[in-house]
Design a protein. Sequence first.
Length: 272
Amino acid sequence: MNFRKYGQPPYHFVVVHGGPGAPGSASSLARMLTHHFGEIGGVIEAFQTADSVSGQVKELYRQITQNANEPLYVLGHSWGAWLNYLLAYKHPEVVKKLFLISAPAFDVKYLSELQTRRLAALSKEEQAEYFEIIDALRVESPNNDTLLKRLGALAEKADNYCVEDSEENRETLVEVNGSLYQKVWNEAHAMRKRGEFIRMAPMIQCPTVIIHGANDTTPIKGVVEPIKKLVKEFKYFEIEKSGHSPWKEKYGKELFFQILSSEWNRTRSSKK
């Protein structure tokens, strides 16, 4: 199974997880969307299994077209934000509105600030471990799944602000695939270094909404500045006292869903 469905059709939303290689890491977002928008329609939580960037775009396109008959609101978290961005570039006909939630920076010049922010939240021992894992994940290894899980735990500690330990916030992970992470992320990072994401921006025709926590270790300017004058219809929201998963944040989740509701209502109003 490479997707889960929540609520009843018609499906209006698709949620795409981070990683790459961490399917199920946005399951709490899919469940909360069903809670907030269940009367409107259902939610598809898509899992990516292809080991290339283009393969994951094709996979996501098939998941959408097999389960929905009209363009969807596509919400991607972290790596999933980039994947949805690529989907909107390659297959604009299936994207009604693009939500980039806690996206990685589109330009490598912002990576040093990310590193500084992240390391500041870790102990000296955790910093050393973090760098060891990053180096190890550059190549394929039987230990990659374990390494990716540990990297996720360190990043979660550093990147979030005040996420409560609640049942609502718990993720239902399918698996963690370190080998997939290594292949896809290395390819995506090379695309970023070549400026490919920025060159695609003028061809993104759908309304695009960036939602980012002010306390995310990736600075919002790294997501906004490279593309804000290039994407056709563009807006962004920065949520205070929130980190990398704003829908889970104690002080930010209410505003997060207010933004989604407002964007939903704005799209419906424009049809009238």
